[in-house]
Structure formats: structure tokens, C-alpha cells
Design a protein around this ligand. Structure first.
Ligand code: SF4
Ligand code: SF3
Length: 567
């Protein structure tokens, strides 16, 4: 196996024996083959100029496949075998369409007229299809064998490999956000069409590095479109996030912990637990659900339990009740007691844990989880008190006058966008220390699970504005971009980089990659990325990012603060 898609890549270069994330060799290989297969699907669609609007099952499954391969989303070999089999069948059906198109365009009518057999040439030949669009495997063993030759390292040139992977990882993040929007009934055919274009391009050996760089930026453009779509889906259904105090203590009822990013799953769980005596708590990235007005009507939606994803092993232990994963980030459970309480849904999965599928209408039956919760102890309290959040675009726009006046009066000197991911590496303590040491006239704008590094510190407020403004999940980095654009307008600036905003972003998995590409597309420069730069950036690709966008890593807390404040 070889995988270097996340920040924890072994030795900063790549996992080769087993994933630091816990992914085994088989899962890694099956993920490679799944990605390879959907690249083949994409090539058929692109070369055949097929209209994506006619293939909604393919669109949804390709995005589901991408999502399943995100770090920590799915560890279940059987789930990957099933998905590869499904994608090969869909791919071959699509290739059959090419056959029909080819028969039409090669003049089937005239050929029949002149007595020729109505046989069009094999589309694989006519369209010069890649092996990804035609290979066959008939067993798991054959899949694993095939996978060995189609992984990341199959691309020999390290710069081409780097750009192909950067694009693919961006698409994975994009697919996750699109999947949540779809669960709320929103989708856009342009987003699917772009994903096919980009995935097919990763098979094309004739593209130059410049063309791949352009495609990388275009990935960012569609990342913005996808985040905007998810924002629209979330806010039209559940209202605009508003300032909210979230309880971090517990009550004395049996309870379910829900993790991940999918608000549609959360809504169904809240509906089904209503009046059952079972409470619901959020974990990690589900915390921002509390900011939405629509979820406030549920009396049993008690608060947030614990911290970011990587603390789950100990926090699930003391939670005592069942846990529902709606997306990544799963840490392989060490104890049977925790494992037996884990349920997955959507693109997430773990071998031996119950996976809950939606029915045809999208409804999920969570009764097994509720039943299990009733038989278990209520959560053990690990914290008490409240945390504040809900500073997404509309809420901040409502406070615009106060914010603008604070900037004009000099009460706020600088904003720090510290969005992204949290993780278990010790080096991430940098972010806690950075937040603590920032001068008192600065405000942190955050989104994603990165916030857990400083959202429980007492950093105070500036004229009533808290010094940590949490917009929501990582996809709500879109809100932070809107806020920056609004400030640019209010201050009458031409360039978003002239604002007193610095970007110190923490990344871990591929959603952060699409967030980064989206910011680059919006013209944001001088983003600092840590705790380490991605292993998948080759020295030359990193150089392009440094020279064109001013991307940099992090240094020491003191030197970075000095650098940022001096800018
Ligand atoms: Fe390693 Fe990250 Fe890949 Fe897991 S996802 S195998 S930790 S690089
Ligand atoms: Fe966190 Fe996984 Fe990335 Fe959504 S939950 S930000 S790491």
C-alpha cells in the first residue's frame, strides 16, 4: 500500500505498511481500485460527451465512492468490495451507451441501407478508452491484485503525481460536502460534470503540469460552489446559525452521541428520539448543529460531549451510550465495549459495527440505536459549563456595525482565520499556544474541528464580541470567506488581501484540501498551513504554491505572531 493523503502520513512521506489512521493494507488497496474505477467512469462520460443530468445514480455513487475513501471514513473491506462491484457495473452500463452513441454517429442508418451489419466498433477502441474504463475483476482477490498496479505510485513523475493527487483529494472533500447537500435535496449537475472532467484528466498523460495547475484552481472554484450549495441546503432547511450557548455538561438520561457532519441524519435521529426519554449529544464536528434554529425545538438535544474526533477513544468510553457516525472521523475502537456501541451510516463504515442504510425515500431507521441507548447508563460528566458559537455569515452581518466600528476604533487590530482540522499530533499544541499568546486586540475566526484547540480557553471579548468566533463546521469556512468579502466591501477595498485578516489554517484530511483550494480560488494569499505541509506536495508543486500564493508552513508561535502582527 501507499497512501499520503492526510497530515499524519507516516514519516511525513506516506503510509506503506499500515495507515497511521488504522487503515489496513487491504482497505488501502481497495480504496485505490475504487478511485481508479470512478476515474474510468469519468473518462467514459467525458469522452462520450454524455449528459450527466441523465445519470443521477452514477453521479451519486461516484460521489459516495469519493467520500468513502476520505481519511477515517470507512474501514470496512466488504463495503469497498461492494462499492467497486457496483461501480464496475455502472461503468460498463455507461460504456454500453457509448456503443449506442457510436452506432448512431457511425451512420447506422446508412450502413443498414447498404446492407451492412449494424455493428459499431468497440467503443473502447473508438474512444481510445483507458484501462480504468474497461478492466474487469471477478473476485476480491482479483481486486487486490489489480489494485497493486493502479495506486498513487503508478504515476511515475512526482510532480504530475502530486498535482493529480491534489486534485483528487480536493474532489474527495467536495464530494463529502455535495453528499450532505444531496441528503437535503440539493444538487447541481455542473458540480458532477466538473468532477468527471477533473477525474478523467488525472488519467490523461498528455496534460502538462500547467494544465494540471489550472485544473487545481478550477477544483477550488467548484469547491466554493459546493460549499455554497451546502450552506444553502443547511440554512434553507434549518435556518441561519445564530449566537448560541452550548451546554458541555450532561443530564441523567440514557443518551446517543452523534458525530460527523450530516445534519439530515441528525434531524432524523432527533425526530425518532423525541419523547423516548433518550437524550442526544453532539461530538466533534456535529457541535455546530446546536447553532441552527430548527434544532432548538428538541428538548432532548442536550449539548456537546467531549472534543475533537481524535479524543473519541476515551470520550466514547465515558459516554456509556451508543454512538452514531454520520461521516469521518472514526478512530478504530480498542475496546469491545465501545465497538459494540458504534453505528455508522452514509459513507462511513467499520467492520463489525452496524451500518444503517436509508430506504428508497431516504429515511433511516435508528430504532436499534435508541433501543440500545435505553439499556445503557447515562453519560459520565467530563466537563461542565457552556461554549459559545453560531457566528456564520448572517449572524456576523447582523453584527457588522459593531465589528466595523471596533476595527475603525482600533479595538480590533487583526482577525485570524484559524479554520480546519484538529488532530492527535503533539505539534498541534502550537494552535492552543498561538491562540493564548495572540494580543488581546485580535479575534479568531474559526470553523471545523480545529476550534477545539482553543474554544474552551477563556480568551474574553472585545466590546461584547467574543475573541473566538465559531462559524461552524469545516464547510462553514465558506461563511468565513463571505465575511471577508463583506468586510472588503464595507471598507471599500479592491483586494481581499488588504484586509487586516491573517490565515493560519490547520489541516488533517481532504475536506481541508478543498477548503484550501477554495480560498486560493477566491484570491486569498499568504495562507499559513500546518502543522506540516502535505506529503503529497512535491518540491516543485510546493514551490508553485509558495511563489504564486504565498503559502507557507508554520514556525514557532512567537515568531509567527510577530510575523503576522507585523504584516
Ligand atoms: Fe496514512 Fe493518512 Fe493515508 Fe491513513 S489516510 S493511510 S494515516 S496517509
Ligand atoms: Fe475535523 Fe475530521 Fe477535518 Fe470537518 S472532523 S474538520 S478532521
Amino acid at each position: 500500500m501507499f497512501c499520503y493523503q492526510c497530515q499524519e502520513a507516516a514519516k511525513g512521506t506516506g503510509c506503506e505498511i499500515k495507515g497511521v489512521c488504522g487503515k489496513n493494507e487491504q482497505v488501502a488497496k481497495l480504496q485505490d481500485l475504487l478511485i481508479y474505477t470512478i476515474k474510468g467512469v469519468s473518462e467514459i462520460i467525458v469522452k462520450g460527451k454524455l449528459d450527466v443530468k441523465e445519470f443521477s445514480e452514477v453521479n451519486h455513487e461516484v460521489f459516495n465512492s469519493l467520500f468513502m475513501t476520505i481519511t477515517n471514513a470507512n474501514f470496512d473491506e466488504d463495503a469497498f468490495v461492494k462499492e467497486i462491484t457496483k461501480m464496475i457495473a455502472l461503468r460498463d452500463e455507461l460504456r454500453g451507451k457509448l456503443f449506442v452513441e457510436n452506432a448512431k454517429s457511425s451512420g447506422g442508418f446508412f450502413r443498414r441501407l447498404f446492407g451492412a451489419k449494424n455493428e459499431a466498433a468497440d467503443p473502447a477502441e473508438v474512444y481510445n478508452l483507458h484501462d480504468a474504463a474497461t478492466f474487469q475483476v471477478d473476485s476480491k482477490a482479483a481486486m487486490l491484485q489489480k489494485a497493486a498496479s493502479v495506486g498513487v505510485l503508478a504515476t511515475e513523475n512526482e510532480d504530475v503525481r502530486s498535482l493529480r493527487e491534489l486534485i483528487t483529494y480536493g474532489l474527495k472533500g467536495m464530494a463529502a460536502y455535495a453528499h450532505h447537500a444531496l441528503n437535503l435535496g440539493k444538487e447541481k449537475s455542473e458540480i458532477y460534470a466538473f468532477a468527471y472532467e477533473a477525474l478523467a484528466a488525472t488519467l490523461n498523460d498528455s496534460l502538462t503540469a500547467e494544465e494540471l495547475v489550472a485544473l487545481t484552481l478550477k477544483t477550488g472554484e467548484f469547491g466554493v460552489a459546493t460549499m455554497a450549495l451546502l450552506d444553502e441546503a443547511n440554512t434553507t432547511k434549518y435556518g441561519n446559525p445564530e449566537i448560541t450557548e452550548v451546554n458541555i455538561g450532561v443530564r441523567n438520561n440514557p443518551a446517543i452521541l452523534v458525530s460527523g457532519h450530516d445534519l439530515a441524519d441528525l434531524e432524523q435521529l432527533l425526530e425518532q428520539t423525541r419523547g423516548t426519554g433518550v437524550d442526544v449529544y453532539t461530538h466533534s464536528e456535529m457541535l455546530p448543529a446546536h447553532y441552527y434554529p430548527a434544532f432548538k425545538k428538541y428538548d432532548n438535544f442536550v449539548g456537546n460531549y467531549g472534543n475533537a474526533w481524535w479524543k473519541q477513544l476515551e470520550e466514547f468510553e465515558s459516554f456509556n451510550g451508543p454512538i452514531l457516525f454520520t461521516t469521518n472521523c472514526i478512530v478504530p475502537p480498542k475496546s469491545e465495549s465501545v465497538k459494540s456501541r458504534i453505528f455508522t451510516t452514509g459513507a462511513s463504515g467499520y467492520p463489525g459495527c452496524t451500518h444503517i442504510e436509508a430506504d428508497q425515500s431516504g429515511k433511516k431507521d435508528f430504532s436499534k440505536i435508541i433501543q440500545l441507548a435505553k439499556s445503557l447508563k447515562s453519560p459520565t460528566e467530563i466537563e461542565t459549563g457552556k461554549i459559545v458559537g453560531g457566528f456564520a455569515h448572517e449572524q456576523v452581518f447582523a453584527l457588522a456595525d459593531t465589528v466595523v466600528n471596533a476595527v475603525k476604533s482600533g479595538a480590533i487590530k487583526k482577525f485570524f482565520v484559524m479554520a480546519g482540522c484538529d488532530g492527535r499530533m503533539k505539534s498541534r499544541d502550537y494552535y492552543t499556544e498561538f491562540a493564548e499568546k495572540l494580543p488581546n486586540d485580535t479575534v479568531i475566526l474559526t470553523a471545523g474541528c480545529a476550534k477545539y484547540k482553543y474554544n474552551k480557553l477563556d480568551l474574553g471579548n472585545i466590546g461584547g464580541i467574543p475573541r473566538v468566533l465559531d462559524a461552524g463546521q469545516c464547510n462553514d469556512s465558506y461563511s468565513l470567506a463571505l465575511i471577508a468579502l463583506k468586510l472588503k466591501e464595507v471598507f471599500g477595498l479592491d483586494d481581499v488581501n488588504d484586509l487586516p485578516i491573517a490565515y493560519n489554517i490547520a489541516w488533517y484530511e481532504q475536506k481541508a484540501v478543498i477548503v484550501l483550494l477554495a480560498l486560493l480560488y477566491l484570491g486569498v494569499k499568504n495562507i499559513h498551513l500546518g502543522p506540516t505541509l502535505p506529503a503529497f506536495l512535491s518540491p516543485n508543486v510546493a514551490k508553485v504554491l509558495v511563489e504564486t500564493f504565498g503559502i507557507a508552513g508554520i514556525g514557532t508561535v512567537d515568531s509567527d505572531i510577530e510575523l503576522f502582527m507585523g504584516k
